[in-house]
Design a protein around this ligand. Structure first.
Ligand SMILES: CC(C)(COP(=O)(O)OP(=O)(O)OC[C@H]1O[C@@H](n2cnc3c(N)ncnc32)[C@H](O)[C@@H]1OP(=O)(O)O)[C@@H](O)C(=O)NCCC(=O)NCCS
Length: 220
């Protein structure tokens, strides 16, 4: 398989948003909003356009990864800039070919060259531990409330890059308010698509619930 990983260009924007909509549609909730998240944030101050990579197979865009800035606030109140990513997706018919892994590996190398020390995300441990992420607890990196949910995953960008950095994760993404009316207007620019239930929505709800379950998180 010939796969090219390259930076997203303006001409790619719409196609990228279409593949995100397809990949996420009904996956975690009925419908999807991940394409609107990227559409709204691409040119914002929290975006990192140097890491906005797409995967191209035989001339067709088949995957993307979008990074935003985040920080770790340590116990002395000092802030350490790191990265967060999402949405990350691969067109469903090309799943399990290593494209998601290739997007993460390529972007992590560029992020390290740019001087970033780490990436922290919330995601399925089953997938992300396969591509180099470890539990945030291993690094002493907690959620804003001091909890260590299993879904909080962290990757160092070079050996010991996060040594001495621990504290609470703050994703700037979570501060942003989305305009519901703008979303509906934007969504109406795509062909209609049926919103419905899929079992993957239960798995996602289970993961989110686990993040709140005292059995699964430690609070220090
Ligand atoms: C997650 C995603 C990007 C992975 O892309 P991909 O190119 O298919 O992944 P890779 O080829 O690198 O890895 C595939 C392997 O990971 C496994 N995997 C995928 N999702 C997994 C999960 N949630 N838990 C455990 N393993 C998972 C696959 O079973 C496969 O295993 P195998 O190699 O033993 O066959 C893709 O499934 C996707 O677009 N999903 C929908 C959008 C999404 O959920 N994005 C992540 C949240 S932002």
């Amino acid at each position: 398989m010939k796969l090219e990983i390259r930076l997203e260009e303006k001409n790619d924007y719409r196609k990228v948003e279409e593949i995100i909509r397809e990949a996420f549609w009904n996956l975690y909730v009925p419908g999807a909003s991940e394409h609107f998240i990227l559409h709204s944030l691409r040119n914002s101050e929290v975006a990192v356009p140097e890491l906005n990579f797409i995967a191209v197979k035989d001339g067709e865009i088949v995957g993307q990864i979008f990074y935003t800035k985040a920080e770790i606030k340590d116990k002395d109140g000092k802030k350490h800039e790191i990265l967060n990513f999402g949405p990350l997706c691969v067109t469903p018919k090309y799943h399990n070919l290593g494209i998601g892994k290739a997007l993460i590996e390529h972007s992590r190398k560029v992020a390290a060259e740019m001087g970033y020390k780490g990436i922290a995300i919330y995601g399925y441990p089953g997938y992300y531990t396969r591509v180099g992420f470890q539990s945030g607890a291993k690094f002493g990196i907690a959620r804003a409330d001091g909890a260590f949910p299993k879904a909080l995953l962290v990757m160092e960008l070079y050996p010991d890059s996060l040594k001495g950095i621990s504290g609470n994760l703050h994703e700037f993404l979570s501060d942003l308010q989305f305009d519901g009316e703008e979303f509906l207007k934007y969504e109406s620019s795509f062909p209609p698509k049926e919103k419905k239930y899929k079992p993957s929505q239960d798995l996602f709800a289970e993961m989110v619930n686990k993040m709140e379950d005292p059995e699964n998180i430690k609070i220090y």
